[in-house]
Design a protein around this ligand. Structure first.
Ligand code: SAH
Ligand code: MG
Length: 199
């Protein structure tokens, strides 16, 4: 695991930080999660850690960058997890997956979070969860000072929009956690609740 962390550091791969990862792994254990879809594998670090959280955990993970995909493949083999981690090379917004998962972990391009959420919400099982990483984005989402760099400002605005989108979402109930770089845990509401509110 140390070697993967070192590779990430040297090659500027934005893997999850330790505290966020611990939160995620604890969540998986506590909630007895068995099937996970991850959007944004990078070099397989979080996928490997999620798979190691329990012997029956199965992870499907999507990465669009070929270099990272190949590195992830290598890392997954090193941990002998190729039977429990299904790594897909492709753009998550162009794929179509039929399967349903206990947990979807969103950790890809920060400007596209609403798109991933909307696209993959139907792939969440009844009582399932979507967890999104980097919701506070190095603290920039919560500070009020104007961000000078235009690209960065636009990105932070998109994360803010995503937070509002989650707060307004009728199908999922979200709690926000100031752990790691900020995590949002969105729990799918039960159908009968929906029926009551629709009645
Ligand atoms: N979850 C990883 C870190 C992921 S970094 C970990 O903690 O170990 C984000 C990754 O998402 C990058 O490697 C980037 O190439 C990938 N990505 C961005 N947009 C994507 C998309 N639309 N489909 C698939 N992967 C995407
Ligand atoms: Mg992240």
């Amino acid at each position: 695991m140390k070697a993967i962390e070192k590779y990430a550091e040297e090659n500027n791969v934005p893997i999850m930080d330790k505290k966020g990862l611990k939160f995620l792994v604890d969540y998986i254990k506590t909630n007895n999660i068995k099937s996970i879809l991850e959007i944004g594998s990078a070099i397989g670090y979080s996928a490997i850690n999620m798979a190691l959280s329990g012997p029956n955990v199965i992870v499907t993970t999507i990465e669009r960058d070929e270099v990272r995909y190949l590195e992830a493949l290598r890392n997954i083999k090193r941990f002998d997890l190729d039977k429990r981690i299904n790594l897909i090379l492709g753009d998550a917004l162009e794929l179509k997956l039929e399967e349903k998962y206990d947990l979807i972990f969103i950790d890809a391009a920060k400007g596209k979070y609403i798109d991933y959420f909307q696209k993959y919400a139907p792939n969440v099982k009844e009582n399932g969860t979507i967890i999104s990483d980097n919701i506070y984005f190095h603290g920039l989402v919560e500070q009020n000072k104007k961000i000078e760099k235009k690209n960065l400002r636009q990105l932070v605005d998109k994360i803010k929009k995503y937070i509002l989108f989650l707060k307004d979402n009728k199908e999922f109930e979200t709690n926000f956690y100031k752990v790691g770089d900020g995590l949002a845990v969105s729990q799918k509401r039960k159908d009968d609740n929906e029926n009551i509110s629709n009645a």
